[in-house]
Design a protein around this ligand. Structure first.
Ligand code: PMP
Length: 362
């Protein structure tokens, strides 16, 4: 008899099993066997020479995926939210003005994060399913004179892909950094960080990249580095401080990398393999495949009599499709039935698309 007051939990004494499932929600997506196998490789120390080499390969892979030459390019240890906080915490200081484009929940969330660090939050809001013209963005930049402009590339709550061309130049005209959330879009629809004048961009590992959740690629332009490495105050988070992370990822001039945190090495292996698959496939092929599959899928849905939430065809995000639940049906019953009958995940709407169903085809 044990003298402990808390006994080993009965549930943990049972065998562990996880069902096979077709993951068609807006992420995480199914992980190819090659990536799962990479994650099952032996653990190495987070500062071993081999791990550093893997981290360097990840950096090159992110530079390719983002189409950037930025020196400060790395993967945050954490989900998309960690990269989102990293971008906002490092680029903004208390009292500084930020402009956030809101056409779904990700803009709302960015506004909440910026508010928590005491930034002066200004918003540009449109209805769900909509997006902004460059004229509207310029007017808001002129009015609020922000130091950072936040835009969601792929708004997964509504299924809208936002046009990016010309916005970087506008931001720079107003001496503002252009920050883009491409968690739900990167790799599945064109975006070229350097060419489009994006200063800070991040994504997640579990969407188009098909790796397990838990690592989040991010990159900072030279212009962004000028701002983030010359702050008056330290960023609120030690864990997400880019001064420390840049050193940990070998993005600064220091000859040695110091211990900052214990990187999730097996997740790095998976991310490395997912970026290798993208490099082998080719970005353009990946964009083309997502476009073709999305168009085929949308056509099929139309033929079934289902209505898509995004009316404007060119605004439809190829990676996440939002479908209006037919009148008289509850979305929970639809997603529940599909899960029970076909073991397939499609998800319910989020924020403005609550009451609808969302499906992706990464
Ligand atoms: N931004 C967008 C556009 C997303 O779709 C998501 C995840 N659905 C996130 C940020 C947050 O990513 P995570 O859930 O990995 O924190």
């Amino acid at each position: 008899m044990s003298s402990l007051c808390v006994l080993p939990p009965e549930c943990l004494l049972q065998p562990f099993t996880v069902p096979q499932r077709l993951m068609l929600g807006p992420g995480p997506s199914n992980v190819p066997a090659r990536i799962t196998a990479a994650g099952a490789q032996p653990i190495l120390g987070h500062l071993h020479a081999e791990t550093i080499e893997i981290m360097n390969q990840i950096k090159s892979g992110i530079q390719y995926a983002f189409q950037t030459q930025n020196r400060v390019t790395l993967a945050v240890s954490g989900p998309g939210h960690a990269a989102m906080e990293c971008a906002i915490f490092n680029s903004l200081e208390h009292g500084e003005s930020v402009l956030i484009a809101i056409n779904g929940i990700w803009g709302e969330r960015a506004a909440e994060i910026a508010e928590r660090i005491g930034a002066k939050v200004n918003t540009l809001v449109t209805s769900a399913g909509g997006y902004f013209t460059n004229e509207e963005i310029e007017q808001a930049l002129d009015k609020y004179r922000p130091v950072v402009f936040f835009l969601t590339h792929g708004e997964s709550s509504t299924g809208v892909v936002h046009p990016i061309d010309g916005i970087g130049d506008l931001c720079h005209k107003y001496n503002c950094l252009f920050l883009v959330d491409s968690v739900a879009a990167l790799g599945g629809t064109p975006i070229c960080m350097d060419e489009q004048g994006i200063d800070i961009m991040y994504t997640g590992s579990q969407k188009v990249l098909n790796a397990p959740p838990g690592t989040a690629p991010i990159s900072f332009s030279e212009r962004a580095c000028q701002k983030i490495f010359n702050r008056r105050t330290k960023p609120i988070s030690y864990f997400l401080d880019m001064n420390l992370l840049a050193n940990y990822w070998g993005c600064d001039d220091k000859p040695v990398r110091a211990y900052h945190h214990t990187g999730p090495v097996t997740s790095f292996y998976g991310l490395r393999e997912s970026l290798a698959i993208l490099a082998e496939t080719g970005l353009e092929n990946s964009w083309k495949r997502h476009k073709e599959v999305a168009e085929y899928f949308h056509k099929g849905l139309g033929e079934m009599g289902l209505k898509l939430f995004v009316q404007d065809k060119k605004a439809r995000l190829p990676t996440v499709t939002t479908i209006v639940a037919p009148p008289g049906y509850d979305w929970r019953e639809i997603t529940g039935y599909i899960m029970k009958t076909y073991n397939m995940e499609i998800s319910g709407g989020l924020g403005p698309s609550a009451g609808m169903v969302r499906s992706s085809w990464f």
